[in-house]
Design a protein around this ligand. Structure first.
Ligand code: ZN
Length: 232
């Protein structure tokens, strides 16, 4: 009879219980002793495993626990079930929460990390996911910028290097080519920026991204302008 009650109650799994593997409940039942649990949560059983029912008012004990079957049943209120349902009912928790509590109180060490998340936890998880997504997008943008900036700066550096070499004055009194002058003024800076872009740490690159974004854009425009002037 007790077994029938147990099975009937077990068939009323709520969604939460379905999500968590039934094996976990089985494992918990195997690791727990229903008498230990009953006593831990305040029931004072006599040597026959009987006591006054905690779930209805009565004068003679009709609440019974079978250590052999690991089940409980009350002949007064017709409630009954397994050890997890007993803990759930005594502690006024859902089966899942009772399982968690038993896991802690009896150090069952069950792998409950796959338990369904609470609403608050879901909210936190969603916020963390959104933050990771934003970080990913920013990282992609940053990586793309670094690649583009690296191309721009190496082109720029190469161009200035050629300007310095190819447009240097041929004699002391020859007029200075503006490209040569420009290369004198900007080659060191171009070299410095290239160096950071090629060998800089992540932090240095980020700093460059924050502080020199406009400068790199202007350099890109300048290179484009020079290229157009050359082909024109
Ligand atoms: Zn009862």
């Amino acid at each position: 009879m007790i077994t029938q009650i147990h099975e009937r109650r077990n068939s009323k799994n709520n969604i939460e219980d379905v999500i968590i593997s039934d094996d976990i409940f089985k494992e918990a039942r195997e690791r727990l002793d229903i008498v230990d649990v009953a006593q831990r949560y305040g029931l004072q059983l006599d040597r026959h495993g009987k006591c006054l029912c905690p779930f209805h008012s009565e004068k003679t004990p009709s609440f019974t626990i079978s250590r052999e079957k690991q089940l409980w049943y009350c002949f007064g209120c017709n409630e009954g079930g397994d050890v997890i349902e007993l803990a759930a009912k005594l502690l006024k928790l859902s089966r899942m929460d009772a399982l968690r509590r038993l896991n802690d109180d009896f150090t069952l060490d069950l792998p409950l990390h796959n338990r369904p998340l609470t609403i608050a936890e879901k909210r936190i998880a969603a916020a963390q996911q959104a933050q990771r997504e934003r970080a990913r997008v920013l990282q992609e943008r940053f990586d793309a910028w670094c690649q583009k900036a690296c191309r721009t700066l190496t082109d720029y550096h190469r161009m200035l290097w050629y300007w310095r070499r190819d447009h240097a004055p041929q004699s002391e009194d020859a007029p200075l080519d503006p490209r040569f002058v420009y290369s004198l003024q900007h080659l060191d800076r171009a070299e410095y920026l290239c160096d950071i872009l090629i060998t800089g740490s992540g932090e240095e690159l980020l700093d460059l991204y924050k502080t020199c974004g406009n400068e790199v854009n202007e350099i890109a425009a300048f290179i484009q302008h020079e290229a157009d002037a050359t082909t024109a």
